[in-house]
Design a protein around this ligand. Structure first.
Ligand code: AMP
Length: 429
């Protein structure tokens, strides 16, 4: 069997690893475009994730049996629809379903139509309309916090949690007038009530009818310890039973998961693929902050390391609509992924240093998922990207998993390596 994974980050390395773990030599793996770590397990295909015709040509020529898409941009651009129009097997949401992530306005209106609990919101088409809306008092006094979100995909840079209306006005100007995330992504903005509570990520596989929940995860978005400094793509993640208790989980399933899946089917875009719910556990119960229509990175690493069922079997069941008859098993206990990044990330960062210690014998209790790496002409592994490695471990306890990651990180080094030493210990909000 031939399987193609589309993407190039730590998430895609974890997907490749999870497939190989159970299928061994029975599956021939390809990754477009992949990275240096993925190259050890899959054949790299130098085609960009946005080159849908090129990817389709490759799949037809190589007779690939199944394709899975890591990142959101090709999903929003309709890669699943394009593959399916050619009769090719691909797992993921249609462009219509991917709107749940690609448009915050679409997502919020969908939540409202389907009674999914979420923060109160308003949509504005111009900066002056947004500022008028702030002044109307609907979002409290000028000293109240308020959240400003660009409508479209903005690589994590389109959301500002403003601590006052003055700060929100600056964010509106930056997004809509100065076009910091581009003209298209911020052609509209959502203003939102600021919620407080504990954030949780809950992911699930859905096949249009049935769904399978994954272990709840928490990620750490800020670059600095104690959740300080700018937001990043994610500096670490954990899974642990304490993240989402039984009562809250039941409420999330009843009030958010099931209405979302039923609503998507009723509205004509039955969700198929991996759905990510970004939740806030508030005093008024769980509320949905956002949908993603794919695995998060680094949540994928911490989740997939606990997956015991063959991933290809699950993906195939998602595509065929047979998840209801599949038992998906997870290792008990907990897991952690600690990201090692280059100095300067998430801003302008170092690049190109040789990574030492990757073959150390002490790395047996972890999996090292590569994000931004490449291979030098001499065969050395270079730290080229912002986020470079995701050191990941599963263990009976969270402290055991974190301990394994930090012991491994002591063995790995390159000039300019940075990582947070408090993953899983602080609770971001
Ligand atoms: P989103 O892309 O909508 O999840 O927003 C990114 C991050 O902004 C979330 O992970 C939260 O930390 C924060 N955030 C988003 N919406 C809200 C809200 N209504 N209240 C408080 N924080 C929020």
């Amino acid at each position: 069997m031939k399987v193609l994974i589309i993407g190039s980050g730590g998430r895609e390395h974890a997907l490749v690893w999870a497939i190989q773990k159970n299928r061994n030599n029975l599956v021939q793996l390809y990754c477009a475009p992949g990275n240096a770590g993925i190259a050890a397990s899959a054949e790299l295909v130098p085609i960009s994730v946005s080159d849908h015709p090129g990817l389709i040509r490759f799949v037809l020529e190589q007779r690939i049996d199944l394709t899975f898409v890591g990142p959101e941009a090709p999903l929003a651009a309709g890669i699943v629809d394009a593959f399916e129009a050619q009769g090719l097997a691909i797992v993921g949401p249609s462009a219509a379903a991917a709107q749940l992530e690609a448009s915050k306005v679409f997502a919020k209106d969908f939540m409202a139509r389907n009674n999914v609990p979420t923060a109160a919101y308003r949509v504005a088409d111009t900066a002056s309309e947004a500022i008028e809306c702030l002044k109307s008092g609907e979002f409290g006094s000028s000293a109240s916090p308020v959240v400003v979100k660009a409508d479209g995909l903005a690589a994590g840079k389109g959301v500002v949690v403003a601590s006052s209306h003055a700060e929100a006005e600056r964010a509106i100007e930056d997004l809509m007038v100065n076009q910091l995330v581009g003209a298209e992504a911020a052609a509209r903005v959502v203003l939102e009530e600021a919620l407080s509570g504990t954030e949780v990520s809950l992911l699930l596989f859905a096949d249009g009818k049935d769904y399978v929940l994954m272990p709840a995860a928490r990620d750490h978005k800020r670059v600095g310890e104690n959740d300080t400094g700018p937001n990043t793509g994610g500096m670490g993640s954990i899974t642990d039973a304490s993240i989402l208790g039984f009562a809250d989980l039941n409420r999330v399933v009843e009030q958010i998961v099931e209405p979302t899946l039923a609503g998507s089917a009723r509205e004509g875009f039955a969700f198929k693929g991996v759905l990510f719910l970004g939740l806030m556990l508030t005093d008024d119960g769980p509320k949905l902050l956002e949908y993603n229509v794919r695995f998060g990175d680094p949540e994928a690493q911490a989740i997939l390391i606990r997956l015991q069922t063959d991933l290809v079997t699950i993906l195939d069941a998602v595509r065929r609509g047979s998840l209801g008859s599949l038992k998906v098993e997870w290792a008990g206990g907990s897991s952690a992924c600690v990201v090692a990044a280059n100095r300067g990330y998430p801003g302008k960062h170092d690049s190109g240093a040789v990574i030492q210690g990757l073959d150390d014998g002490k790395l047996k209790t972890v999996q090292i998922f590569h994000s931004g790496t490449s291979i030098s002409p001499q065969g050395e592994i270079l730290a080229t990207g912002g986020r470079v490695l995701g050191v990941t471990s599963a263990a009976p306890t969270l402290s055991g998993a974190l301990g394994n990651c930090y012991v491994a990180l002591e063995q790995i080094h390159w000039p300019g390596m940075q990582f947070r030493r408090d993953i899983g210990r602080t609770r971001p909000n």
